[in-house]
Design a protein around this ligand. Structure first.
Ligand code: NAD
Length: 480
């Protein structure tokens, strides 16, 4: 059985414990590879290697870093087919989705930030000719980059690329649930000639090695994407050490359909926003607010579309939903569906585990589920489920829907569907979330400030915001 290895000091090595965790294939429920069960020794080795590598990488030219990061991007593209298969096998997502979305974003992230660094500039403040302030932006040292399982390589490279482009060295901790493409990335970095220690990838349980990394005295900066509770924990342990923190956390995103929306378009996007990647995208529109005047008609059209979604083998090209990521996660989603029923929710479609006969019968498949009749304030409409579960909520007017949309502790993203431009702008201005889409969903420009309000996160990543995060400003004042 294939053993995944840690990537420390330029080498692929066993964990110091010599222990491994099982890595499951969600499509058939079987163990198919082994994950290093690393401990704080591995983290310490990785941090000291990264610290040493920073001596050269941190003072290298932008062009030098650009050349190597572009080489990594080229290699990622060369190995795209293998990465697509690996991501699907590890995560359960359809190969078609990995091919369209996940894997192309990895080289794109490297190219985008390698290039952005060449264009990155800092400020100067002239004091009426009497003095001049200029601001230098310097890398901080060893950056911790911690990523989740839903978009494994996509989100890992979203952090690693700007951190490295800005001149930091990195200790990355990918999710223990989906470690495979991070392992393949470490091989690619070796092939591309990335100097030893510049990027280190340590695999293992967050509960075992998370604190060792985020509280390490030689790690001044932590970029984390994952659940809100984990983010709270990291903030609690890292903030007293005055570390620079970026936290990209959970969401419970509203999708708002006004009666004047383009009907066909908004139905199609509402389905995509709810069920892409089995509903396991932080930006998924899991609360669907529909104006009461079109509620029944919209519901009927939506259910018709949902009934045609194919849940099946992630390798089949016509599969819409593959497996959810783990048995535990499947259990959590099913328990939320039970909770919805107990709260008086009506299951309009789905609601069950789906068993695919034959080879995949032990896979973690869930039917796409649509619920109505739940109070906007109930736990199912307030807590993130992160699965293929959509709750329909009717509303009367703008005031009503803005109040309900803003009622959760989250504030990551929102979508508004209306053909009335003024209404679109007006409602967007009132929604408390870091990203608002009008008449679309998940349309991403890598330059925008990306992140959440309230308990969806702290800070923004994307474009120059990422480079600002991964650099420390130093102002120099020169008296003339
Ligand atoms: P998670 O918080 O369980 O794990 C995320 C990462 O943190 C993993 O690598 C995990 O091993 C690590 N970790 C766990 N405990 C840790 C600790 N004590 N210290 C340091 N690291 C630790 O999240 P998940 O279940 O992997 O991902 C799903 C969540 O991620 C959802 O809530 C989703 O909304 C969120 N998410 C947010 C964004 C965003 O951009 N805001 C993007 C994707 C996913």
């Amino acid at each position: 059985m294939e053993k995944i290895l840690n990537y420390i000091d330029g080498k692929l090595i066993e964990p110091s414990s010599n222990k491994y965790l099982d890595n499951f294939n969600p499509s058939n429920g079987r163990v198919y590879s082994l994950i290093p069960d690393s401990n704080s020794n591995d983290i310490n080795n990785a941090v000291s290697s990264a610290k040493k590598a920073f001596e050269n990488w941190g003072s290298s030219t932008k062009k030098y870093r650009y050349d190597i990061l572009m080489k990594i991007a080229d290699k990622l593209e060369e190995h795209a087919d293998a990465l697509v298969k690996a991501e699907s096998l590890d995560n359960g997502k359809p190969e078609s989705l990995a091919r369209m979305v996940d894997i192309p974003r990895a080289p794109e992230n490297f190219r985008f930030f390698a290039t952005a660094m060449l264009h990155f500039s800092s400020e100067s403040h002239d004091m009426d000719g009497k003095a001049l302030n200029y601001t230098l932006r310097e890398p901080l040292g060893v950056a911790a980059c911690i990523s989740p399982w839903n978009l494994p390589l996509y989100l890992l490279t979203w952090k690693i690329a700007p951190a490295l482009a800005a001149g930091n060295t990195v200790v990355a901790k990918p999710s223990e649930i989906t470690p495979m493409t991070a392992y393949l990335l470490s091989k690619i970095c070796i092939e591309a000639g990335l100097p030893a220690g510049v990027l280190n990838i340590v695999h293992g349980l967050g509960s075992n090695i998370g604190d060792a990394l985020t509280t390490h005295e030689d790690v001044p900066i932590v970029s984390f994407t994952g659940g809100t509770l984990t983010g709270q924990h990291i903030a609690r342990v890292a903030a007293p050490m005055f570390k620079k923190l970026s936290l990209e956390l959970g969401g419970k995103n509203p999708n708002i359909i006004f009666e004047d929306a383009n009907f066909e378009k908004s139905v199609a996007i509402a389905v995509k926003a709810a069920f892409s990647n089995q509903g396991q995208i932080c930006l998924c529109g899991s609360r669907l607010f529909i104006q009461d005047t079109i509620y029944e008609k919209f519901k009927e059209a939506l259910l018709k579309k949902v009934s045609k979604l194919i849940v099946g083998n992630p390798r089949d090209e016509n599969t819409d939903l593959g497996a959810v990521v783990s048995k535990e996660h499947m259990g959590k989603v099913l328990s939320k569906i039970e909770e919805a029923k107990a709260l008086g929710g009506k299951i309009l479609i789905g609601g069950n585990r789906k068993i695919i006969e034959g080879e995949l019968s032990a896979g973690y498949y869930l039917e796409p589920t649509v619920i109505e009749g739940l109070d906007f304030n109930c736990s199912v409409n307030q807590e993130e489920i992160f699965g293929p579960v959509l709750s329909l909520i009717p509303f009367k007017n703008e005031e009503d829907v803005v109040m309900m949309a803003n009622s959760t502790k989250y504030g990551l993203s929102a979508s508004i569907f209306t053909e009335n431009i003024s209404r679109g702008h007006r409602v967007a201005a009132k929604i408390k979330s870091g990203v608002v889409w009008i008449n679309t969903w998940l349309l991403r420009d890598l330059r925008i400030p990306f992140g959440g309000m309230k308990q969806s996160g702290v800070g923004r990543e994307g474009g120059f915001k990422s480079l600002q995060f991964f650099t420390e400003p130093k102002n120099v004042c020169l008296k003339i």
